[in-house]
Design a protein around this ligand. Structure first.
Ligand SMILES: Nc1ncnc2c1ncn2[C@@H]1O[C@H](COP(=O)(O)OP(=O)(O)OP(=O)(O)O)[C@@H](O)[C@H]1O
Length: 825
């Protein structure tokens, strides 16, 4: 027997050890183990007292029937059991299949093993759940599984390509040998199709996960464990009635137990598989008992094996490489256990009683195995040996408990009071079984494409090949011409003379010889036909595929053209938008330039303003300095201006003169309010002192004190900013304030650029009452004139004030007259 590098036999289901070698972590790891899953299904019950009640989809409660006591006299209590899922009476067969089995089919097509078994007491609905009946509502798990499997797999090879060795492995025949075998198989002829199959419901669901790089086929086997012996339900003894007894062996290389030489039938569709199953069912031991008229007297194990091998690397023919080490086998075992039964209820005797004893014993061993497994797993070591060998059933299950696949149990319970006590045991066992953890079968189908140059891969997708072949086969099967060509030639002889023995003998010889020749020719022709058929198929298939591809390309071309025209239209639109955006951009640029120019001008203007402001500040500073110079005393002033009052036009040096370096002129401008107060006779207000002062001042030069002079921003309004503690000197020149002059309390700086022109033009300097000029400007102007005079060595006297006021370059305007100021001292 060929074995691969890992010491595994050809086509064998991998053992737990191999799985470990194949990077499956330790069984006790949390991530790589899976709990044994248990689903509970309740049989419909129409009686008055139901002992089982479904609380939710995971929980069921058992209630003792009224008046029932334990054998020791104690009473039963209500008890709640939890499972992965609980199906109630209304759950359909479809729902049961979808919830509890379809993912196991997916496991199968993905190359993994699974075991699903039904467990419960007799008559609880195990067989119904597993097999059911042909109608849509009643089709059980097994037929649905077969349908879904064949709906989901691709790339099926012809029959006889794979063959089982009988030792838990498979091999691949050459194409010629496979043809010969097929020929033999065809000669065996078709037997009548079971009428149940003709009317049966077909499940349409499918599962994904099949590796398209593999070619595959399906084998089924059907074995029963009866009275602790394994029987092959697909093979009979010479009597044609008794199933063949088989041994259960340990495949040491694979670490697996298997039924040796069990018949494995290759099936190409679900109907064929189901037919095989039904054929086996006919052999299965079923008996009529008080509790179930079709009571299963054995445990039945229907195994579906999906055998897969990768496509060849060197050819594009849909034929697997003849390397058995590349074969991958996955299996799903569907087990319908016989129901446990109490002899005192069934009243069985004889064979039935012996059967029941064996059934109960094997179920007991199953329970023990699970309990011991639990115990060992709880302690994390082998505390107790698991007694797999005590029963054929557990020997068969050993693979799975050792970790070569998923295990799932469907517990069937009937809520009728009679089954209450037995159901307690079943439910207890089922609930505890969930604690058992089994290693997950984490095999992955290796990618056959690994290491293969893409150029070597078939030009036509495999899926296309299989479908195409299937269609061609269907056509050929129905073609009379092809059948005629393939059928052996028949000889027709007509003997006219019945006494012509020589002729008859001769004809007999001729016939025999021709028959032999024909057989040889037929064989050769078959080979040739097969070869030709393959070649033709290949060529036609490629041609068809190419035609299909051309169609696809044409469609793609159309779509591309449509796409291009859409893009062109979009492109045009984008261009149009871009043009309009360019125009707008130009406008924005021009606007931007204008704005920049305006900003530049604004900056220039601001710069000029700042310069002016600076010069004003300097002037102000100078003015402050001047103001800080101590004012001359009244006596000094009287002395200075005395000559002028005498009408002496030529003032003596040092009298009636104002030097340019000191205060030249002091003007006091009073506010109108204050002026009103000043209308009061000075004699009254200041008494003799005022008189005296006036007497003194009567001879003095008019005195103009700019320190106290202020002008409002309004040209025609005059303001007077007097310090609060001013000492009234009485020597201040006071303007005649126009009526309605504005009063302000705070002096403020006014922008010289806004200075009013009227007063300047009229008097050569800003005068009080001018709308825009301040007293500071006026004073500054006076200073400038004085400085100019000083520069040319003149002395500016108050006599020259008219010169100061009357600048030649300034035009006199009649609006304001110097007399209006009415200066008085
Ligand atoms: N869910 C169900 N819906 C309708 N009928 C059911 C259901 N379950 C069981 N039955 C019916 O109950 C009867 C007994 O069921 P079944 O033969 O499946 O029991 P069993 O558990 O296989 O018994 P045994 O162990 O003796 O073989 C059958 O006639 C079956 O049609």
């Amino acid at each position: 027997m060929a074995s691969n590098a890992q010491g595994r036999k050809r086509g064998a289901t991998p053992s737990r050890d191999r799985l470990r070698d194949g990077n499956v972590p330790n069984k006790r790891g949390v991530d790589d183990t899976d709990n044994l899953e248990v689903f509970c299904r309740m049989t419909p019950y129409s009686g008055s007292h139901s002992c089982l009640e479904i609380i939710d989809e995971n929980t069921v409660r058992s209630t003792p029937p009224p008046g029932l006591n334990k054998r020791d006299g104690g009473t039963y209590q209500d008890r709640v059991y939890e499972f992965n899922h609980v199906f109630d009476e209304s759950d359909t067969q479809q729902a049961v299949f979808q919830t509890s089995a379809i993912d196991l089919v997916q496991n199968l097509v993905r190359g993994k093993n699974s075991l699903l078994f039904t467990y419960g007491i007799t008559g609880s609905g195990k067989t119904y759940t597993m097999t059911g009946k042909p109608t849509e509502q009643e089709t059980g798990i097994l037929p649905r599984t077969l349908d879904v499997l064949f709906n989901s797999i691709e790339n099926k090879v012809d029959k006889c390509v794979f063959y089982p060795t009988g030792k838990n492995s498979y091999e691949i025949r050459s194409r010629v040998l496979a043809n010969v075998e097929r020929f033999k198989l065809a000669k065996q002829g078709q037997h009548n199709v079971n009428k149940d199959i003709e009317i049966r419901f077909n499940e349409r669901a499918r599962v994904d996960g099949y590796n398209d790089d593999y070619l595959c086929t399906v084998f089924v086997s059907y074995v029963e464990i009866y009275n602790n012996y394994a029987y092959d339900l697909l093979a009979t003894e010479a009597d044609g009635r008794t199933p063949k007894k088989r041994d259960i062996r340990q495949d040491t290389a694979a670490g697996q137990t298997f039924v040796e030489n069990a018949t494995e039938i290759e099936v190409s569709n679900a109907d064929e598989a189901l037919e095989t199953f039904l054929k086996g069912e006919e052999m299965r031991r079923v008996g009529d008992t008080i509790l179930n008229k079709d009571s299963s007297r054995s445990h039945s194990v229907f195994t579906i094996r999906l055998v897969m091998a990768p496509y060849p690397t060197s050819s594009d023919l849909p034929y697997p490489e003849q390397d058995p080490t590349k074969i991958v086998v996955s299996q799903l075992s569907l087990v319908d256990l016989a129901g446990s039964e109490r002899a005192k209820r069934t009243f069985n005797v004889g064979d039935r009683l012996a059967e029941a004893g064996n059934i109960n014993k094997s179920l007991m061993v199953l329970r023990q195995c699970i309990e011991k497994l639990r115990k060992n797993q709880k302690h994390g070591s082998l505390v107790e040996t698991v007694p797999y060998r005590d029963s054929k059933l557990t020997m068969l299950f050993k693979n799975y408990f050792d970790g070569s696949g998923k295990i799932r149990m469907i517990v069937c319970v009937n809520p009728k009071p009679d089954d209450y006590e037995e159901n307690l045991n079943v439910l207890c066992f089922a609930e505890e079984s969930q604690a058992v953890r089994v290693a997950v079968d984490s095999r992955k189908l290796p990618s056959p494409g690994a290491g293969i140059n893409d150029a070597n891969r078939p030009p036509v997708p495999r899926r296309f090949f299989s479908r195409w072949n299937y269609e061609v086969d269907t056509v050929l099967k129905n073609s009379d011409i092809v059948q005629m060509i393939k059928s052996p030639l028949t000889e027709n002889f007509i003997i006219d003379d019945m006494y012509d023995e020589g002729t008859v003998e001769h004809l007999k010889e001729v016939y025999t010889r021709r028959k032999q020749e024909n057989e040889i020719n037929q064989r050769n022709m078959d080979y040739a036909l097969d070869e030709f058929d393959l070649l033709l198929r290949n060529t036609l298939c490629v041609a068809d595929f190419n035609a299909l591809r051309v169609e696809e390309l044409a469609r793609e071309k159309e779509a591309t053209e449509r796409f291009i025209s859409t893009l062109t239209a979009e492109n045009k639109q984008i261009k149009r938008e871009m043009n309009s955006m360019a125009i707008r951009l130009r406008e924005y640029e021009i606007e931007d330039d204008n704005q920049a120019l305006m900003e530049h001008q604004l900056r220039q203007g601001r710069k000029k303003d700042q310069e002016k402001f600076r010069s004003n500040v300097e002037a102000l500073k100078t003015l402050q300095d001047l103001c800080n110079v101590q004012s001359p005393s009244v006596a000094a002033l009287a002395k200075n201006f005395g000559g002028h009052q005498d009408g002496n036009e030529k003032a003596a040096p040092g009298r009636g003169k104002v030097t340019t370096t000191t205060t030249r002129v002091h003007t006091q401008i009073t506010m109108s309010g204050q002026r009103g107060r000043e209308t009061e006779p000075r004699e009254q207000k200041y008494g003799n002192a005022a008189k005296q002062e006036e007497g003194i001042l009567a001879n003095a030069v008019p005195y103009f004190n700019p320190k106290y002079g202020r002008r409002s921003k309004s040209a025609t309004r005059v303001i007077d900013h007097q310090p609060a503690n001013r000492v009234p000197t009485g020597t201040v020149m006071q303007p005649n304030m126009p009526h309605g002059a504005k009063r302000v309390t705070q002096p403020r700086y006014l922008d010289p650029t806004r200075r009013g022109t009227t007063a300047i033009h009229q008097y050569g300097f800003p005068v009080p009452g001018s709308s825009a000029a301040s007293v500071w400007d006026m004073y500054g102007h006076l200073l400038d004139r004085c400085e100019q005079a000083s520069a040319i060595g003149e002395e500016t006297s108050t006599d020259n004030m008219s010169d100061v006021f009357d600048t030649p370059s300034v035009k006199h305007e009649p609006a304001l007259d110097q007399d209006k100021f009415n200066m008085r001292f």
